[in-house]
Design a protein around this ligand. Structure first.
Ligand code: PLP
Length: 425
């Protein structure tokens, strides 16, 4: 009883004086307020407009359970080597130093492992101290934008292109300049014409498999792009998001590997080879630039998750990640072919596509007579979802195409998905 009284007194509900205890004349306000809903009203100034630039690009609507989803190109999480990852996590977690503060550029063993992987696979002579670990490419884009851009800077982007990158650039105040894409990738002539109109601070591109069209940037255009960047002193932000699956064997090395002028900022991710939910990516580029990016990383969240970075470092050191990629390569290649075959069988004459040399998606053109919105809605009723291309068009204009990721569905699911698409059509 005494303990209860002391508690009530400490909280201000009762007052005790001279052996008399009374209910407090002024009960504690915050206690009475507790249980009331927090106000929706804003009690401070929010800068207006609240960044329309941060429009959530490419957020897919939730779909009913059982729907077969052709996403924009994500890996099959059912095939992840979870036990290996869990064991590596366990070991890393027992390394107490990793639970402390560390290097904002990333866990040293992870950076060393990544550097080895990049020079072996991507022909990028990246040393560990020239790598900065990011929370996926998206954080990389945001950090690069914060470091590089000032309000009003012009940044050229591919059209159609990757809207989440546009969001990051716009949030930093950039004025975006859309540049068309054709069968040879980014139209570098059109880019040169834009340069005549005014200087650019950066060009954002996806040279390996252009997002969303999957085309590879031609060798001559690569060279010209680098020359323009050197002459115009602008940065080339190279987003190399799905390099690991070059199915036709004709590997074009990254622009960063050809850069002698210090103009390329290269972004990579483990979202495709492992899982997007891990949020692991990296950036490399000229040393002074990377040092400046590290300051922004430190300001944003000080450092990455060292336990996770060490765990994945071990998977790379043991060759497990590389084994997983080799396995996925065979699986995804078979899936690409299964999707292509199903499209030819069920939707011949309605769709047209070119097999991409690599990556995890097909770019599928659709007969102009088809009402894409109506097809999408009916398809959803029949349990299949796919991504319309208009969301990748800079001005939101209609584009009669789909981007169909094939990596996350099994071959029979891909066939069933296309069968449902036909039924919906
Ligand atoms: C063009 C492009 N860049 C980057 C990414 C990967 O993003 P993150 O590393 O942030 O998961 C994707 C994923 O779909 C992409 O399509």
């Amino acid at each position: 009883v005494l303990a209860a009284f002391r508690e009530l007194q400490a909280e201000g509900w009762i007052e005790a004086a001279c052996n008399i205890t009374r209910v407090s004349g002024t009960p504690p306000k915050d206690r009475l307020d507790r249980g009331r809903a927090r106000p929706d009203r804003l009690g401070f100034e929010l800068p207006t407009p609240p960044s329309p630039a941060l429009d959530p690009a490419l957020v897919s609507e939730p779909v009913p359970p059982g729907t077969l989803v052709f996403n924009t190109g994500q890996p099959d999480l059912r095939l992840l080597p979870i036990p290996l990852l869990a064991r590596a996590y366990g070991r890393a977690l027992r390394t107490r130093a990793l639970l402390s503060y560390g290097d904002p550029k990333g866990e040293p063993r992870f950076r060393a492992a990544l550097a080895g992987l990049l020079s072996g696979v991507r022909g990028l002579a990246a040393q560990a101290d020239r790598l900065l670990v990011t929370g996926g490419s998206q954080m990389g884009l945001d950090l690069v934008a914060r470091t590089l851009l000032r309000p009003g800077d012009r940044v050229a982007v591919e059209n159609p292109g990757y809207a989440p990158a546009w969001v990051a650039f716009r949030a930093a105040g950039a004025v975006l300049v859309p540049v068309p894409v054709d069968e040879g990738g980014l139209c570098v002539d059109a880019l040169a014409a834009e340069l005549e109109r005014g200087p650019l601070r950066a060009v954002y591109c996806t040279p390996q498999h252009q997002f969303p069209t999957t085309v590879t940037l031609e060798a001559a255009r690569r060279q010209r792009l680098l020359e323009l960047a050197e002459a115009g002193r602008f940065a080339v932000i190279e987003d190399d998001y799905d390099f690991e699956f070059p199915f036709d064997g004709s590997v074009m090395l990254p622009l960063a590997g050809m850069d002698t002028a210090g103009v390329v900022v290269y972004l990579g991710t483990l979202s495709k080879v492992l899982a997007p939910g891990l949020r692991l990516g990296f950036a490399t580029g000229p040393a002074p630039f990377l040092d400046a990016v590290a300051l922004h990383r430190r300001a944003a969240d000080r450092q990455g998750g060292q336990v996770q970075e060490r765990a994945v470092a071990e998977l790379i050191e043991d060759g497990e990640l590389q084994r997983h990629v080799r396995k996925m390569f065979r699986t995804y290649l078979a899936r690409r072919d299964a999707l292509a075959e199903a499209l030819r069988e069920h939707l011949d004459g309605v769709v047209d596509f070119r097999l991409p040399g690599g990556g995890m998606s097909l770019w599928v053109r659709v007969d102009p007579a088809v009402d894409l919105d109506a097809w999408t809605a009916r398809a959803l009723d029949r349990g299949v979802a796919f991504e319309r291309a208009c969301q990748f068009e800079f001005h939101g204009r209609p584009l009669q195409a789909l981007r169909m990721g094939f990596a996350s569905l099994q071959e029979d699911e891909l066939r069933e998905g296309v069968r449902r698409m036909k039924e919906a059509l």
